[in-house]
Design a protein around this ligand. Structure first.
Ligand SMILES: *Cc1c(COP(=O)(O)O)cnc(C)c1O
Length: 362
């Protein structure tokens, strides 16, 4: 029996990458020691971190106008770093409340003494559709607009063609769909993504920030560990970076390049998710509730409309080698995460199982 991991995060990683990590772990052929035992100042590690940055720049077409930083602390630290570094003029950010992580970002800004205005929220609709910018949005009142491109828990996504059009600055939390579908980096002033959804293990977060915007900021009161500029000046090595996570990230990025890059991942992710959504839409037993145009490619959320039954079915699934299908504790139901490393065979196995479960529980 083949096992499949549908975890939302930390999520599934490519098998060739895991194999390589395993094979090189005790004794790397270049370092003669394991990656977690060598200095981050060594030429070997420097090559790894430089390679990771180059590969990310290549995969996302990141121009020299942007700096790339590797930071610890996860997406949640970015919820604080973004306003600390960039909400210094109006001291106010705008947020489209498209899900739990958008709402947390707004709260984090308030916690560090800034103001956060929720422009629109889809909370009353359980985040099944996307909140949008109204035509009278005045960007001048805010330092930037904070967007969550993919809402990991609720399963709604601002795909590239649905990004809000603002005359002001736009920042994006891409934690759960970076490299899963194409985005034009030039549409954003800052992007961040915790690695553990689609890029690698937990422990490293990627930040892509516009250099000019950073230069405009007066951030004397922000500590060095929380300044993007410091990461850019020191190539993310002001202090010891998370060496293992960056090493694994580099291998995942290499794997994505070998697969043909973001366009190829996107085509595969469309194929995988469409197959599952089509099945759900044709079923009277399961329901995918997110608006069709906003449906996530990476986190497919659905339910039988009976949360206890959902739980029982998700439990049965583990006996068939289909793991981590339960929805987030705040929403229940099912969530099948189909990140880049998830093979289409996982979707086929899931659909076969769901049909069987329908017969058992109907
Ligand atoms: C997981 C996630 C976060 C939180 O990341 P942590 O690394 O756990 O702090 C933030 N935003 C999104 C969209 C996520 O999926």
């Amino acid at each position: 029996m083949t096992n499949y991991n549908f975890s939302a995060g930390p999520g599934v990683l490519p098998t060739p990458v895991l194999t390589k990590i395993k094979n090189e772990f005790i004794k790397n052929e270049f370092t003669h020691m394991s990656i977690i035992e060598i200095s981050h100042r060594s030429t070997q590690f420097e090559e790894i971190i430089n390679s990771a940055e180059e590969r990310l720049r290549d995969l996302m077409n990141i121009s020299d106008d942007y700096g790339v930083a590797f930071i610890q602390g996860g997406g949640s630290t970015q919820f604080e770093m973004l306003p600390l570094n960039f909400a210094n003029n109006k001291n106010r950010i705008a947020v489209l409340d498209s899900g739990n992580f958008a709402s947390k970002a707004a709260q984090a800004a308030v916690n560090i003494g800034k103001q956060a205005t929720i422009l629109d929220s889809s909370k009353m609709d359980h985040y099944h559709h996307l909140p949008m910018l109204s035509t009278d949005f005045n960007a001048d009142e805010y330092d930037y607009l904070h967007l969550t491109t993919n809402n990991t828990i609720e399963g709604a996504t601002y795909h590239q063609s649905f990004l809000p059009k603002t005359a002001g600055r736009l920042t994006a939390d891409m934690s759960s769909n970076i490299l899963a579908e194409p985005y034009d980096v030039n549409d954003f002033d800052a992007i961040f993504a915790g690695a553990q959804k689609n890029l690698g293990p937990a422990g490293v977060t990627v930040a892509i920030v516009k250099k000019d915007w950073l230069k405009e900021q007066n951030i004397e009161n922000v500590g060095s560990m929380l300044r993007y500029q410091n990461y850019l000046d020191k190539h993310s090595m002001y202090n010891t970076p998370p060496v293992f996570s960056i090493y694994a990230l580099n291998l995942v990025l290499e794997w994505v390049q070998e697969q043909g890059g973001v366009d190829s991942m996107y085509a595969q992710n469309i194929e995988k998710s469409s197959k599952l959504y089509d099945y759900l839409d044709n079923s009277t037993f399961y329901h995918a509730l997110v608006d069709e145009s906003a449906r996530s490619l990476t986190n497919v959320v659905f339910t039988t409309a009976d949360l206890e039954r959902d739980q029982a079915i998700a439990k049965d699934a583990t006996k068939e080698g289909l793991f981590n299908l339960s929805g987030h504790r705040s929403v229940g139901g099912f969530r099948a995460s189909l990140y880049n490393a998830q093979p289409i065979e996982a979707v086929d196995a899931l659909i076969t199982f769901l049909k069987k479960a329908e017969n058992n529980y109907k």
